[in-house]
Ligand binder design. Structure first.
Ligand code: GDP
Ligand code: GDP
Length: 455
């Protein structure tokens, strides 16, 4: 089977199926050098080696699909960046805090060779107030003789300390058994506290593009707080925003409003938040500052939403600052940088003045309709038959791969499975995608096509 994609992007597993099996989000926190990354790599096994091979990659990848004895879960790594030396305490505390907020259960890693430190105790205070289940891992217990060192950590009051050696794998299995038990029992805060009838929107974009300004502009007085994070005193997570008489659930507005980018490790925080918000959303409003050059970070945020299979609307903000020259520059960029998402809708607006913000809901509704859309199998096959007759796949080694049958396996986003007599090359898949879009619309949603080869 060839599960390649028409647009060559690296899709994760089909969204609906992977979500169903996942039991929740597990965060690994602790002060620097206790062995968090080593533990995460140990848990992920071979895949982590790939991550290590590419310097810098660990910094943007903060949450991983992990599996233990047949159970799938998300693992959030907080070891990916170095806090700068001044302000180290507050940086560590907020790093851990964010990871914990987004998680359903936590592995708290301490260093058994060093013993309990003041920073550990500060983190514990935060963990307690979060109300999340915490499993203590006392790391660097490399042999049986050192196990006594773990006992000291009973006094944290977080239950039994698990003596482990992340480096050698010692005790990690038992730790995971307990952590996954806790995860299964935990109330899922990572996505299931929200009213289910509202469409979930992630407002994303690099710092300073105008996310909080847009939120304020849209909300006026009509903004209401949704969920208090289970038993904590922290900011509310999501808010209902009423636009043109229609209610939408904006994900993680606390994260948007908190001035994270003023802190050290800002990029790390925002990518962690962004990824989590996208995961919980159905639609991503991807904001750009149109008055500035489009940066790699801008495009990376956009790609995360597309790769996660979410409906998207591209929002070019700060249009009030644009002169003719800027507008021409933007049009040129649209043809180059945004080639991957020519199917997306684009709204130029000003969060500051409110100009054109009334155009958002139509674009959002259109994108979500596409995201939800299902093409009946009969119609799909009739159409592909026509397409194939008009433009057969090019000959490959004297053979001609033929499409036998196709079906839309799922929606949100639309995913098609094509059964063919041979491998369909990239160019032909792109052709099929274009034709599908031309015939059936799908404006605002990525679509996924996998090819199943039947010899
Ligand atoms: P992080 O900053 O918490 O992510 O810590 P790292 O995973 O980068 O580990 C910090 C240091 O501790 C590295 O030099 C690791 O090799 C070492 N280390 C991690 N786990 C163990 C362990 O189980 N035993 C020993 N002896 N050293 C370890
Ligand atoms: P965030 O970091 O993405 O939440 O961005 P903010 O909403 O904090 O905006 C960053 C800066 O851009 C602030 O100084 C805003 O006043 C400014 N800003 C946001 N939207 C607009 C806009 O539409 N026009 C202009 N001229 N400035 C804007």
């Amino acid at each position: 089977e060839d599960a390649g994609l028409i647009d060559g992007s690296s899709f994760m597993q089909p969204v609906e199926e992977s979500k169903a099996r996942e039991v929740g989000v597990l965060a690994v926190v602790g002060r620097p050098n206790v062995g968090k990354s080593t533990l995460v790599n140990r848990i992920l096994g071979r895949r982590a080696a790939v991550v290590e091979d590419t310097p810098g990659v660990t910094r943007d990848r903060v949450s991983y699909d992990a599996e233990w004895t047949g159970t799938d879960f998300k693992l959030v790594d907080t070891g990916g960046w170095e806090a700068d030396v001044e302000g180290i305490d507050s940086a560590i505390a907020s790093q851990a805090q964010i990871a914990v907020e987004l998680a359903d259960a936590v592995i708290f890693v301490v260093d058994g060779q060093v013993g309990l430190t003041a920073t550990d105790e500060r983190i514990v205070k935060m963990l307690r107030s979060s109300g999340k289940p915490v499993i203590v891992a006392v790391n660097k217990i490399d042999d049986r003789i050192s196990e006594y060192a773990a006992a000291e950590f009973w006094k944290l009051g977080l239950g039994e300390p698990h003596a482990i050696s992340a480096m050698h794998g010692r005790g990690v299995g038992d730790l995971l058994d307990d952590a996954l038990d806790a995860l299964k029992r935990a109330e899922r805060t990572s996505g299931f506290l929200t009213p289910s009838h509202l469409r979930r929107v992630a407002l994303v974009g690099r710092p300073n593009v105008g996310k909080s300004s847009l939120l304020n502009q849209l909300a006026h007085a009509e903004r209401s707080v949704v969920n208090d994070l289970a038993g904590t005193t922290r900011d509310p997570v999501d808010e209902i925003v009423s636009m043109d008489g229609e209610d939408w659930l904006f994900i993680d507005t606390a994260g948007i409003k908190r001035r994270m980018h003023k802190l050290s490790g800002a990029e790390y925080y925002s990518s962690l938040r962004t990824q989590a918000a996208i995961e919980r959303s159905e639609l991503a409003l991807v904001l750009f500052d149109a008055s500035q050059p489009i940066s790699d970070q801008d495009l990376k945020v956009m790609s995360s939403a597309v790769d996660a299979g979410r409906a998207i609307v591209l929002v070019f903000n700060k249009w009030d600052l644009m002169d003719d020259f800027d507008r021409q520059r933007m049009e040129r960029l649209w043809k180059t940088e945004f080639e991957r998402v020519t199917w997306a809708q684009r709204v130029n607006l000003s969060a500051k003045t409110g100009w054109h913000t009334n155009r958002l809901t139509r674009a959002m509704n259109t994108a979500l309709e596409s995201w939800d859309k299902r093409i009946p199998t009969g119609k799909l096959n009739a159409f592909l038959g026509k397409i194939q007759a008009a433009h057969p796949h090019p000959l490959r080694g004297g053979k001609q791969p033929r499409i036998l049958f196709a079906t839309q396996a799922s929606t949100r986003p639309p995913r098609f499975v094509i059964f063919a007599t041979g491998f369909l090359e990239h160019g032909y898949r792109r052709y099929l995608e274009r034709q599908l879009r031309e015939e059936f619309g799908f404006e605002g949603t990525p679509i996924q096509i996998s090819v199943n080869v039947r010899e």
